[in-house]
Design a protein around this ligand. Structure first.
Ligand code: NAD
Length: 454
């Protein structure tokens, strides 16, 4: 642990040098990171293959490519974000100028999970350094090959003290959480999120929690079932369902269930074929997760799929029939099992969604604009799509984050810059001012004060 303490202390000293206050410095660091990711992409793909059996194509689309596009966006917009913003003040301030001055928090702790082990480690760093912070990253011990490559990339790219990596598991993470950071950014389970929040309160450290939950995917009677099925299968079985914003379950009108199931089966076959022997189909991260997934499948509820291979840790894309009381509906699934739950009316659907904990994402498949609007507005969730899945997290122009049990705060693009920034409010006064605030406050001054402040 002494080594970790040295890294933390080194980082505090580094921040005090003030190097990161200059946007040109941040820009150079972002450019170097971009180039080094491109140079090391072979190693990154290899590590993702080892940890999760991700194919190069999926790894580029969901990890490397998304990270590069966040860097490109910050290179384009970061300087503008970093400028002080002029604020037009009220007449009572006359004559004065007002500014909001963005400043970095300082030393940031980023804790990342195993499911998108590259993207979820590097993207928060991109946003944090664009805003001028120093970062210590604690990647997941459960995806060790990617964590090693990430460490190599960071050490090749950044000066020690600017961005550092601490490898390890619960023990190392707890030790880091005991230190006094200026900001904590955590991605992972709700259970550990609670621990992180408690630890942050010890030092009054502001934090962002990017958590999980059960993301519903509503399909109503008017939906284009073929298109819905294609997009649901894409979002659900990407990374074998180990995606925080994957549709956790389909919640469809009972009248269309059979037709939707037929379309889902057809799409699974079209997109994955013989999934267990498809070398591009990702596996479960470990035997524990593999067994948890298998436990959700039984003879009574199985609609489609259900086969698995313990040697490769792969599970077929699987459809099961469920109700809100089923075992698979009690917690986030985080694997390639898709429960199909039905409703008889939109009122019933809305009521059940609103009774459940607030999800990270919600998807609505419907041609009816009133239905689209109704669910987008009435239900609480982090973010989502109408007639699609997952795509809302892929654009730096949209912030991404959860609400309550699914998280707090957001990142990506401007939302990410703001997360890692404190805005100082500054009033700049000239020699002149309105004298009514100075003691003694006479009757006439008091009258003027009341004119201004109402
Ligand atoms: P996890 O909470 O087990 O681990 C995340 C990190 O916390 C790891 O770096 C780990 O070392 C550390 N950690 C684990 N236990 C700890 C403890 N007791 N004390 C201190 N640190 C500890 O999460 P996971 O299993 O890696 O990730 C899966 C979860 O993350 C799912 O619930 C998923 O929905 C969620 N998730 C959310 C997002 C998002 O962006 N909102 C993205 C990916 C995953």
């Amino acid at each position: 642990m002494e080594e970790i303490l040295k890294v933390v202390e080194g980082q505090r000293e580094y921040f005090l040098t003030g190097k990161t206050r200059d946007f040109s410095f941040r820009k150079k660091a972002l450019e170097k990171l971009r180039q080094n990711i491109i140079d090391m992409k072979g190693e990154i793909f290899e590590a993702l293959k080892k940890d999760l059996n991700k194919s190069e194509e999926e790894s580029y689309m969901t990890e490397v490519g998304l990270t590069l596009s966040e860097i490109s966006y910050m290179l384009k917009k970061g300087r503008k974000f970093s400028r002080r913003k002029k604020v037009h003040l009220s007449f009572s301030q006359f004559p004065a100028k007002g500014y909001k001055v963005p400043v970095p928090y300082g030393c940031v702790l980023v804790i990342s999970p195993w499911n998108y082990p590259f993207m979820l480690a590097i993207e928060p760093i991109v946003d944090a350094i664009t805003a001028g912070n120093c970062v210590i990253l604690k990647p997941s011990e459960i995806s060790p090959n990617v964590s090693e490559v990430v460490k190599k990339l960071i050490e090749k790219t950044f000066e020690r003290g600017h961005v550092d990596v601490v490898l390890g598991g619960k023990e190392e993470c707890t030790y880091l959480l005991d230190q006094d950071f200026d900001y904590i950014f955590y991605t992972g389970s709700t259970r550990v999120g609670k621990i992180v929040m408690q630890k942050a309160s010890e030092h009054f450290t502001p934090l962002t929690l990017e958590l999980g939950g059960k993301c519903p995917c509503i399909v109503d009677e008017s939906a284009d079932l073929r298109m819905s099925a294609r997009r649901i299968v894409f979002g659900k079985f990407l990374n074998s369902g180990q995606t925080c914003v994957a549709p956790d379950y389909v919640y469809c009108a009972s009248s269309i269930k059979d037709r939707l199931v037929e379309e889902l089966k057809r799409e699974i076959n079209r997109q994955y074929g013989d999934a267990l022997n498809n070398e591009k189909y990702p596996r479960m991260i470990n035997l524990k997760q593999f067994n948890v997934m298998k436990g959700f499948i039984n003879d009574e509820n199985l609609i489609f799929g259900g086969k698995s291979d313990e040697k490769t840790l792969k599970i077929q894309p699987t459809l099961i029939s469920s109700t809100f009381e089923s075992e698979a509906m009690q917690d986030e699934i985080f694997g390639p099992i898709l429960p199909i739950v039905t409703f008889d009316s939109l009122d019933e659907c809305e009521e059940n969604i609103r009774r459940y904990p607030k999800p990270l994402a919600l998807y609505i498949f419907s041609k009816d604009k009133k239905v689209q609007r109704r669910f987008a507005i009435n239900c609480d969730f982090g973010g989502g799509c109408i007639n699609d899945t997952i795509m809302h997290i892929t654009d730096s122009r949209l912030g991404f984050g959860g609400i309550k049990q699914s998280g707090m705060g957001a990142y990506h693009g401007k939302a990410g810059f703001d997360t890692f920034t404190h805005y100082k409010s500054i009033v700049k006064k000239g020699k002149l001012d309105l004298p009514m605030r100075y003691q003694p406050i006479t009757k006439s001054k008091y009258k003027i004060i009341k004119m201004f402040l109402k």
